[in-house]
Design a protein around this ligand. Structure first.
Ligand code: SF4
Length: 406
């Protein structure tokens, strides 16, 4: 297909595809799906080989959030029976992080619910970062604490944070339909602050909230403009007790097309499959490794993932390898650019993310416009049976007496 040849050429040159080309990827037919995966896989291998970076989430503070993000089970008014607790002690957070690192993760993502941290919260998290770094040499730490005030990104950087996650989640045009208590501009501002402070920026999206193909392309182009080192792609988990509980819009094929589009638009960036991997990709998860070079190990913030051991087996069975602590995540041109992550250049990290923050939650594709942009048949309608049987609220790990899944 001419479209795919063009996109591979552009991806290998780090050239931005046109919006029409990005939309055409989302509109490809199921007959073309393996060709799409193979094409985006070439771009993935060019910049990341067959390495898969593992990241581990530690939910420092769960629930009790005054914000109203519709996708989030920690939101104001959520009736999902999630774990609710306030700040974990540094030693408890460090213990949870150690489990993930022992399981093969190289990055720990420290996430806290809430609009944003107070200066006292930044102090708390700084102590936690120190506790984790003292115990685990070479670990990358990403903080995800919501909207940042002036000076807080610098303080986190000084405390040893390598990266900061804050997702744009969806397009600017639809942002107001998802959340009313803060704005898209607030989110852009926080990503910009993190970048400016020398933190490796991590910012991504949630697909499956009823958005159109144009919305998805808009948010991915906005992300490319912000130039994060890592882009987590969440697939909405429609959790009972949230306003989006009925939004079961995704198919495994749709998820693969979205990941391929993100890879073509952000070819040399760490693309991470975040929340919703097990629920929406299901048995197609291994194919997604040809597109993304990073996943979360084990559980998410408020929901359970597949067993960490199953994650490792899947990576090995699919012919990929877990990225080691001594391997640099990002391609050389990006790792030495001074952004930090992936890298060792300035910030140290080596790379970054979180499923969640800013969206702090575990997220999910929906709209299905766009057929025919490149003359292909329309994609399969995004209609799927709700798989509530695959959604389990997290009852182990941080905030419980039970061992974490890692
Ligand atoms: S995504 Fe973050 S800010 Fe929004 S409701 Fe959830 S915890 Fe609160």
């Amino acid at each position: 297909m001419d479209l795919l040849n063009t996109l591979v050429d552009k991806g290998l040159r780090r050239e931005l595809p046109t919006r029409e080309e990005a939309l055409a990827v989302l509109a490809t037919s199921d007959d073309d799906l393996l060709d799409v995966v193979a094409a985006a896989g070439k771009v993935r291998r060019q910049w990341f080989g067959r390495r898969v970076k593992l990241n581990y989430l530690v939910n420092l503070k769960s629930g009790l959030c005054p914000e109203d993000c519709s996708y989030c089970s920690q939101r104001l008014g959520s009736t999902t029976g999630i774990l609710k607790y306030t700040w974990l002690k540094p030693e408890d957070a460090s213990q949870a992080a150690a489990a993930g690192l022992a399981g093969g993760a190289k990055r720990v993502c420290l996430v806290a619910s809430g609009r944003g941290p107070t200066d006292r919260d930044v102090d708390r998290v700084s102590k936690t970062i120190k506790a984790i770094k003292d115990e685990n040499e070479g670990v990358e730490v990403c903080a995800c604490l919501g909207l940042l005030s002036d000076g807080q990104a610098e303080r986190l950087r000084e405390a040893g944070a390598d990266a900061y996650n804050h997702n744009l989640n969806t397009s600017e045009a639809t942002y107001g339909e998802i959340t009313s208590t803060h704005t898209y501009a607030d989110r852009v501002d926080t990503v910009t602050k993190a970048h400016a402070a020398g933190l490796s920026a991590c910012s991504g999206l949630i697909a499956g909230m009823g958005e159109s193909d144009e919305d998805l392309v808009d948010v991915v182009y906005s992300l490319r403009e912000l130039d994060p080192d890592s882009v987590p792609v969440n697939f909405l988990i429609p959790v009972e007790g949230t306003p989006l509980a009925k939004e079961w819009n995704l198919t495994p094929q749709r998820c693969l097309r979205i990941l391929a589009m993100v890879r073509f638009v952000c070819p040399d960036v760490e693309v991470r499959i975040a929340g919703g991997r097990e629920v929406h990709l299901r048995t197609m998860q291994p194919l997604a490794l040809h597109l993304a070079n990073s996943i979360f190990l084990g559980d998410y913030l408020t929901t359970e993932g597949q067993a960490g051991k199953a994650d490792l087996e899947m990576i090995a069975d699919a012919g990929f390898e877990v990225e080691g602590a001594d391997q640099v995540t990002l391609p050389e041109h990006r790792a030495t650019a001074g952004g930090g992550c992936g890298s060792h250049a300035s910030a140290g990290c080596g790379s970054q993310e979180s499923a969640g923050c800013g969206g702090h939650d575990d997220a999910g594709c929906g709209g299905h416009e766009g057929g025919g942009v490149c003359g292909t048949a329309a994609a399969t309608p995004a209609v799927t049976e709700p798989r509530t049987d695959l959604v389990a609220v997290r009852r182990r790990g941080a905030g419980t007496d039970l061992a974490p899944n890692a």
